[in-house]
Design a binder for this molecule. Structure first.
Ligand code: ZN
Length: 114
């Protein structure tokens, strides 16, 4: 499962950073997920629950911020949001030469601990 390996990767990163900074308990972590990654926030939450049984992550809260897909037309430079991430046509001029400005990101925004 896609989400499980992502969550594992993120938690390993936090675990390593917590160790370096003397953090014994993580209270909160926040992930930013673009819609083009096809990662489902609910699945991430589920995987987090399964994986967060150790002392470091117990009681930690996972926050997921989904980012809409935003594209820009290379002909007329209109920027537009897309409900359907596979529809690459400019609503301004009908061109299909568009670039993706936002929606591919997947990163740990921050984590808090003590
Ligand atoms: Zn256009």
């Amino acid at each position: 499962m896609h989400e499980l390996s992502i969550m594992e990767g993120v938690m390993n990163m936090v675990r390593e950073s917590a160790q370096q900074n003397g953090i014994m308990k993580v209270n909160k972590l926040k992930l930013v997920i673009g819609r083009l990654t096809m990662v489902l926030p609910d699945s991430l939450q589920f995987c987090f629950q399964v994986l967060s049984q150790d002392d470091l992550f117990r009681n930690a809260v996972l926050e997921v911020e989904p980012r809409e897909v935003i594209m820009r037309c290379m002909e007329c430079e209109t920027q537009f949001a897309r409900e359907d991430p596979y529809c690459y046509i400019c609503p301004g001029c009908g061109a299909n030469q568009v670039e993706i400005v936002q929606g591919r990101e997947l990163f740990l925004d921050y984590y808090e601990g003590e």
